[in-house]
Design a protein. Sequence first.
Length: 147
Amino acid sequence: MPQLVSTVFRWLPMILLSLPVAELLLDLYLYRLFGDRYLWWLMAAAITGIWLLLRAKETFGRSLRGMAGGDARFMVGSLWTLLAGARAFFAGLLLLFPGVLSDVVALVILLLPGRVISPVAAPMQAANDDVIEGEFREVKDDQSRLR
């Protein structure tokens, strides 16, 4: 087993560097096979990737606000939301990269168990719901303006 791991790590840079070349060759083959329909597929994947990146931004913001609250109950939910946002972010980046191989890897990331886009567990509530603190100012109607 250690021999296999060392072999994989030795060839990992070469595999990662050859993926864009394989992606390009597969793209050329699929374009010849399907024509403009393949370009529509790439455009739909790019739009989905942009949508996922925007949703990941919202999810990151919610989870960071939830973690800033400091309550231990919401920390765990916020951490899982942060990880879900990271999954959506990486899947969105892969969908923006044109090609079928990156789209398949993005779909595998999205199909992993767990929610990809999820809200923070619950909003923070005040200690006493009967009291609302604040300032007010009474505004009187201008009678000359109302006529």
